[in-house]
Design a binder for this molecule. Structure first.
Ligand code: TYM
Length: 337
C-alpha cells in the first residue's frame, strides 16, 4: 500500500462499523455491500469503530474476539486492504485526540438532539455515560481526519453526519479552511433494512427478539426460520404499498440482494403467496451470504494474516490523519512539538 491512492484526484470515502458481535443483514445491505463496490472508484478508508463500542459496557474477552471477527468478516465481504486501508480505530491515536478537540466545538444542545443518544440512553438507562453523549464528535473526528468527501452510511447515521458537517463548518469558520465538509452517501437500495418482527423499526442487533434480525454469519436453517416468521400483512399481495411495511421490507431486501427492482420482483411473484415469497427471499439471502461465510472461516483461522493487514493499514491511517490533526492544532494555537 503506498500513499498514492489518497493523493490522486479520486474522491475520498471514509466509513466505519462497530464491532458489535453480530453484524447484521442491515449492516451488510445498508453499508458493507456498498463499501465493497466503491473501492475501485474512490480512495476508500475503512475502520472497525471499536472506540465507539465502549459507550455500552463490553465484556473484555468477548470484545477482543468481536473486534477481530468484525475485521475478518469485512475482509470476507470483500474489503481489500490493497485498495482500501482498513484499520482498527483504537490503533490510530489521532481519532481520540481530534475527538477531544471537536468536543470543544460541539454544543450540548446539538448532542442532546441526536435521536440515537435518546434511544440508547433509554435502552441503557443505568449507563448514560458521557461517551454515549459525545459519540458524534468522535464520529466527526473519524471522518474529518481523512478529509473525506463522502461517507457511505445507512439512513440511521444521517443525523450524525449532518452534525459532522456542522462541526467542520464551524471550525473552518473560526480558523479558515481546515476540514473538508463531507457529504453523506446513502445508496438507494438497502438504506434502511427494517426489523423482521416490527418492520416500522430498523433491523438492529440490539433488538432482544432474535427473530427480528438476521446476522451475516447466521446458518442457512436459522436464516430460513427467521424469514418464515417475518411479520407481513393480511392483503396477500406482493407489491410495495402503504401500510405494508413487512412486505415492503422483504421486497427491499430481495432488491438489495438480487439487484432487481421492486417492479421486477412484483412481476416475478405475481399470483404467489407470502409463504413462497418469504422462502424465496430467505434462499436469496442464504446464497448471497454463503461465500462470505466460507471466506470468514478462512480468515478467522489465520490470525497472523489479519494482524498483518490491520497493522499495515493503521500505519497508513496514522500518517494521513496526523497531518490533519497537526493542521487543526496549529490553527488553534498549540505549540509545535
Ligand atoms: P453501525 O456499526 O451501527 O452500523 C454500520 C453501518 O450499517 C448501517 N446500518 C444499516 N443500514 C441499513 N439498515 C439497517 N437496519 C442498518 N443498521 C445499520 C449504518 O448506517 C452504518 O452505515 N457510528 C457508526 C459507526 C461509525 C462511523 C464512523 C460511520 C463510527 N465512525 C464514521 C461512518 C463514519 C455506527 O454505529 O454504525
Amino acid at each position: 500500500m503506498s500513499e498514492a491512492p489518497v493523493t490522486e484526484k479520486k474522491k475520498v470515502i471514509f466509513s466505519a462499523i462497530q464491532p458489535s458481535g453480530t453484524i447484521t443483514l442491515g449492516n451488510y445491505l445498508g453499508a458493507l455491500q456498498n463499501w465493497v463496490k466503491l473501492q475501485d472508484e474512490y480512495n476508500c478508508i475503512f475502520a472497525v469503530a471499536d472506540l465507539h463500542a465502549i459507550t455500552v459496557r463490553q465484556e473484555p474477552q468477548h470484545f477482543r474476539r468481536n473486534i477481530l471477527e468484525a475485521y475478518a468478516l469485512l475482509l470476507a465481504c470483500g474489503i481489500d486492504t490493497e485498495k482500501s486501508p482498513f484499520f482498527i480505530q483504537s490503533h490510530v491515536h489521532t481519532h481520540a485526540e481530534l475527538a477531544w478537540i471537536l468536543n470543544c466545538y460541539t454544543q450540548f444542545g446539538e448532542l442532546s438532539r441526536m435521536t440515537q443518544f435518546k434511544d440508547k440512553s433509554q435502552k441503557h438507562a443505568d449507563n448514560v455515560n458521557a461517551g454515549l453523549f459525545t459519540y458524534p464528535s468522535l464520529m466527526a473526528a473519524d471522518i474529518l481526519l481523512y478529509q473525506a468527501d463522502l461517507v457511505p452510511v445507512g439512513v440511521d447515521q444521517k443525523q450524525h453526519l449532518e452534525l459532522a458537517r456542522n462541526i467542520a463548518e464551524r471550525f473552518n469558520g473560526i480558523y479558515g479552511n481546515t476540514f473538508r465538509v463531507p457529504d453523506p452517501y446513502i445508496a438507494q437500495v438497502g438504506a434502511k433494512i427494517m426489523s423482521l418482527q416490527d418492520p416500522t423499526r430498523k433491523m438492529s442487533k440490539s433488538d432482544e427478539n432474535v427473530n427480528a434480525w438476521v446476522a451475516v454469519l447466521d446458518k442457512p436453517d436459522i436464516i430460513m426460520k427467521k424469514f418464515k416468521r417475518a411479520v407481513t400483512d393480511s392483503e396477500a399481495k406482493i407489491c410495495v404499498g402503504e401500510g405494508k411495511d413487512g412486505i415492503n421490507n422483504l421486497i427491499g431486501i430481495m432488491s438489495a440482494v438480487t439487484g432487481k427492482t421492486s417492479d421486477e420482483i412484483t412481476a416475478d411473484f405475481e399470483g404467489k403467496g407470502y409463504g413462497d415469497f418469504k422462502v424465496a427471499v430467505a434462499e436469496a439471502v442464504i446464497e448471497k451470504l454463503r461465500p462470505i461465510q466460507e471466506r470468514f472461516d478462512e480468515y478467522i483461522a489465520n490470525k497472523d494474516y489479519l494482524t498483518e493487514q490491520y497493522r499495515k493499514s493503521a500505519e497508513f491511517a496514522l500518517r494521513i490523519s496526523q497531518r490533519t490533526l497537526d493542521k487543526a492544532m496549529k490553527k488553534i494555537g498549540y505549540l509545535a512539538k
